[in-house]
Design a protein. Structure first.
Ligand SMILES: [Zn+2]
Ligand SMILES: [Zn+2]
Length: 99
């Protein structure tokens, strides 16, 4: 038997298994959870740093901190869009655009 120190809680335990680094199942589970969380946080950060976000409308790169999918130039007021659509419809119908 060899005396080992648990990688998680640092308590001593005896084991003949060379790859056993945790004293108990719960220590191993907690350490695993921690590792996964750390890796997940790192991956998320890397994604934010490395990935460029592109405008859905014109394809221009936009800030990753912009939560919308459009650049400032394309991110127009929805009321303006509705008005423009109404005008286009009015023209295609051959009618006068009501003011
Ligand atoms: Zn332990
Ligand atoms: Zn755009």
């Amino acid at each position: 038997m060899k005396i080992k120190h648990c990688e998680w809680c640092d308590s001593q335990f005896e084991s003949d298994i060379s790859y056993q680094i945790y004293c108990s199942v719960s220590c191993r589970e907690q350490a695993t959870k921690e590792k996964i969380a750390a890796r997940y946080a790192l991956a998320r950060r890397a994604k934010r740093m490395g990935k460029k976000k592109l405008c859905k409308s014109c394809g221009q790169p936009i800030s990753v901190y912009n939560d919308f999918d459009l650049c400032q130039a394309c991110d127009i007021n929805p009321i303006d869009v509705a008005k423009a659509l109404r005008q286009i419809k009015g023209i295609s119908n051959g009618k006068d655009i009501p003011e």
